[in-house]
Design a protein around this ligand. Structure first.
Ligand SMILES: [Zn+2]
Ligand SMILES: [Zn+2]
Length: 194
């Protein structure tokens, strides 16, 4: 590919994996809709679909999500990078994606009991109506549950998507041969220097 990206953006807060559609979805999550829409219009919409590369670099208890592509607007192009804790959702995606996915962007919104809807489930696994003895007390009332505060995460994905057919899962020790992962590690000083 000609020239590296101008830079990196790591201003997303996490990543969602979804299992509907023809392909699985991998979706970096931004704090709000405004940020997600801006990131799409500034960066992703210019990406040339067959050149999009997604790299998952496994480094102990964490993995790095690295996403890059050639752009029809190369002067402003950036790649995405964020380090995240290993998760069951990630493992499911890895087992199930079959080498391809849709890249989308989304928003990640954390709500308390007051902002929740009937079918929202707390991170403890119990529903809103299981929480809150009254007043400011939002603790979970289910026997044996230690949850002190209702908190639900609402993920919303933008509809726009791009197909990704170049996906690799790499142990951190083997990224030297992968230009995108290697550039990312160097740019962010992720490897111990010689
Ligand atoms: Zn709870
Ligand atoms: Zn609970």
């Amino acid at each position: 590919m000609g020239g590296g990206p101008a830079g990196w953006r790591s201003d997303f807060e996490g990543v969602a994996y979804r299992y509907y559609d023809l392909r699985m979805n991998v979706a970096p999550l931004f704090s709000g809709r405004r940020e997600a829409v801006a990131a799409w219009h500034d960066t992703i919409r210019w990406w040339i679909e067959p050149t999009i590369r997604v790299r998952f670099v496994e480094a102990g208890p964490e993995y790095w999500l690295v996403v890059g592509a050639d752009s029809r607007r190369p002067e402003g192009n950036v790649s995405l990078f964020r380090s995240m804790p290993m998760s069951e959702n990630y493992e499911r995606f890895k087992r199930g994606c079959g080498g391809e996915a849709y890249l989308r962007l989304g928003t990640h919104e954390v709500r308390g009991l007051a902002g929740s809807k009937d079918d929202d489930v707390c991170s403890c696994g119990h529903e809103g109506e299981d929480h809150g003895a009254g007043g400011d007390d939002e603790s979970c009332l289910v026997e044996g549950c230690a949850c002190a505060r209702f908190e639900t995460v609402r993920v919303t994905l933008l509809h726009k998507k791009k197909a990704v057919t170049d996906i690799a899962f790499l142990p951190v020790g083997s990224i030297r041969d992968d230009s995108l992962a290697w550039n990312c590690a160097c740019a962010h000083r992720l490897l111990p220097g010689p």
